[in-house]
Design a binder for this molecule. Structure first.
Ligand SMILES: [Cu+2]
Length: 214
């Protein structure tokens, strides 16, 4: 098989691209970043098609530069779109759902959340959203110690945060009598959770269920 050096380079690049993007897709949680996942899968298909085309076109002179160039432009566009979505470009504009949650302690061994400072339960109330909702959620810390809030895939301290829905963090929580808000877009139906990410707080009831309807 006659192959020019530059074609071999392109083929090696495509192979590396396939492996790197493939591993990225595997590492990404596609529940949270469904559109990113779709774009990257699309890029994988294009890279694979280009590779097959280059491999089976025996004579380098017969390879259509236009076709290869179009393939690369499409690859670049898909990867850029995926990257833009990942960092939240074009993120939520006008919230259609407003929620205020209060965090605090019910007793020494029961921490929780509630819709008012006097209605804190352990675990907290179930939140229900619909796919497409843009939620503005405010956390007011009515407790006597720092807390935070994050929408997660399961009710564990280190669970994956979904939709970038997070107020403070375990290391940087909301202080007593302080409040903070987050705006997030709900993009995936399912049964999820919310938690306080400070180590030990989930174990004493600082979590609640999140139901997202299609
Ligand atoms: Cu807490």
């Amino acid at each position: 098989m006659k192959r020019s050096d530059s074609l071999s380079l392109v083929a090696v690049f495509l192979l590396v691209f396939l492996v790197v993007v493939g591993v990225t897709i595997w590492l990404l949680d596609f529940v949270t970043q469904q559109r990113v996942f779709g774009l990257l899968v699309g890029a994988e298909f294009i890279a694979f098609a280009l590779l097959v085309y280059l491999y089976y076109e025996e004579t380098p002179a017969q390879i259509s530069r236009k076709l290869v160039l179009t393939g690369f432009v499409a690859l670049a566009a898909l990867v850029l779109l995926a990257a833009a979505l990942l960092v939240g470009v074009g993120a939520p504009a006008t919230p259609n759902v407003q929620v205020t949650l209060y965090s605090g302690e019910v007793s020494a061994t029961e921490y929780g959340f509630g819709y008012s400072s006097s209605a804190i339960t352990s675990p907290g109330p179930t939140l229900t959203f619909r796919v497409g909702d843009v939620v503005n959620l405010t956390l007011f810390n009515a407790g006597s110690m720092p807390h935070n809030w994050a929408l997660t895939n399961t009710n564990q301290t280190l669970s994956l945060v979904l939709f970038h829905a997070q107020i403070g963090s375990g290391a940087n929580p909301i202080e007593v009598n302080q409040s903070e808000s987050v705006v997030f877009s709900v993009t995936q139906a399912g049964n999820f959770s919310y938690v306080c990410q400070i180590p030990g707080h989930v174990q004493v009831g600082m979590w609640g269920s999140v139901i997202i309807n299609p």
